[in-house]
Write a protein of this length. Structure first.
Length: 162
């Protein structure tokens, strides 16, 4: 993320930038706290007083009234929802319990357990087969090596395996 310097923010504040660059910097202010801090440092007391004079005296009252109205409306909705939520939650628990009992009665969980066991047994058998193949291959090599050495010792030339 590119950060703008004080001079660039001063140009922004005085609106001495192209419209596209101005919009880009304005969007950047929404996302970057560091640049927002730099920009706010450029605002002096005189500018704050000038802005205060431009705001109507009734502005505070209107904002506070709107906030209070929103708060009251928000509390009404929240209270209604809270009073309804526990009963709704009990309904969900009952529905889940009934659904679980139906699935248990139908034997679904027993079938799942049996299939899981079958998969485990199948994997074990495959592992045993692989192990026995490895052992038979190794024992065959050991047997042929032993035969070769016996033939070599007795002077038969070494390669009579049959």
């Amino acid at each position: 993320m590119r950060h703008y310097n004080r001079e660039e923010w001063m140009l922004f504040k005085k609106r001495r930038l192209a419209e596209e660059e101005y919009r880009k910097m304005e969007e950047h202010l929404y996302r970057c706290d560091r640049c927002l801090g730099t920009f706010l440092e450029l605002i002096n007391e005189e500018e704050i007083n000038e802005a205060t004079r431009k705001i109507s005296p009734a502005f505070n009252k209107r904002v506070m009234a709107a906030a209070e109205k929103a708060r009251v409306a928000g509390n009404h909705w929240t209270k209604a929802r809270r009073s309804f939520a526990p009963g709704k939650l009990v309904g969900y628990y009952v529905a889940c319990a009934v659904f679980t009992i139906v699935l248990t009665g139908a034997g679904l969980f027993q079938d799942l357990a049996a299939k899981a066991h079958a998969i485990t047994v199948s994997a074990t058998v495959t592992e045993r087969i692989q192990y026995s193949v490895d052992i038979s291959w190794a024992s065959e090599i050991a047997k042929k090596t032993g035969d070769w050495m016996r033939n070599f010792e007795f002077g038969k030339g070494g390669f009579d395996f049959e």
